[in-house]
Design a protein around this ligand. Structure first.
Ligand code: UDP
Length: 246
């Protein structure tokens, strides 16, 4: 599958996406690559077709969240791998919501994978690859000024709302939303600044388990060498009703 890059000025290249200058000031083109990385990019592979699936799944989730009143950076889809988005000043936090124990939480606290948490748990990580995205507290965010107290309240409220909406969407597709990562940014609206959901929401950034079999349908298939990662993403898209247009 072709990964032809847009003929635009490149602003930033990340592990799974590239950002290009958009057609209007204040816009960017977000391009989804097939590159798949884990363990802070120590493990890397190109998975044919992954970028197209992630764009489609992310676009669908962002649209559903917008309908629910969550402001996002998404403007429109330009092609199978390209989205037009609002340029946002990214807040250097990875906001993780968890419903079920898995991944680093299990290791850190000695829980068993698959335990349902008493209530959804929100965690903050400092977004810095060189430091390996360390877990931080709300007080770290305040002391180092990564965002204001008002912004953190807004982000926390949005993350909880997003978790409710996404849990319902996936449950209707027979999928348990175990955990996921969000990123937020600031955009200028007239004179005012507001928080929007940015980046992507896809099986690269969520843990998704089949409700019947508990089979993993997310990037853990790559992290844990289970195979069939793109097939699993395809299955997620199909269950969300998105395959006819991929
Ligand atoms: N996650 C992510 N990017 C990261 C770290 C985590 O998208 O840099 C997602 C991950 O896919 C999972 C959730 O955030 O859905 C929680 O990840 P965890 O802290 O358990 O870390 P991991 O075990 O993935 O290293």
């Amino acid at each position: 599958m072709s990964q032809d890059l847009p003929k635009r000025r490149q602003i930033y290249e990340g592990k799974a996406k590239v950002l290009f200058e958009g057609p209007e000031p204040g816009t960017l083109v977000q391009y989804f690559k097939d590159d798949t990385t884990a363990f802070n990019a120590e493990k890397h592979e190109v998975m044919d077709g992954k970028g197209v699936l992630n764009l489609r799944i992310s676009e669908y989730i962002f649209a559903e969240l917008e309908k629910d009143g969550v402001p996002t950076h998404f403007i429109e889809t330009l092609g199978p791998r390209e989205q037009l988005v609002r340029e946002a000043e990214i807040i250097p936090l990875e906001v993780v919501m968890r419903n079920v124990a898995a991944g680093s939480l299990v290791k850190r606290l000695g829980l068993s994978e698959g335990e349902t948490l008493p209530r959804p748990l929100i965690e903050f990580y400092y977004k810095d690859d060189a430091l390996g995205d360390p877990l931080i507290s709300e007080d770290h965010i305040a002391v180092f000024g990564w965002c204001s107290a008002e912004e953190l309240d807004e982000i926390t409220g949005l993350a909880r709302k997003i978790n409710k909406r996404m849990s319902a969407l996936f449950e209707a597709a027979g999928i348990r939303l175990v955990d996921f990562k969000l990123e937020f940014g600031r955009v200028q609206d007239g004179g005012a600044q507001r928080i929007v959901l940015a980046d992507e929401i896809s099986p690269d950034s969520c843990r998704l388990w089949d409700m019947q079999s508990n089979e993993k349908m997310d990037k853990d298939r790559f992290r844990q060498d289970l195979g069939g990662m793109v097939d699993a993403y395809q299955q997620v898209a199909a269950r969300l009703g998105l395959t006819s247009d991929i």
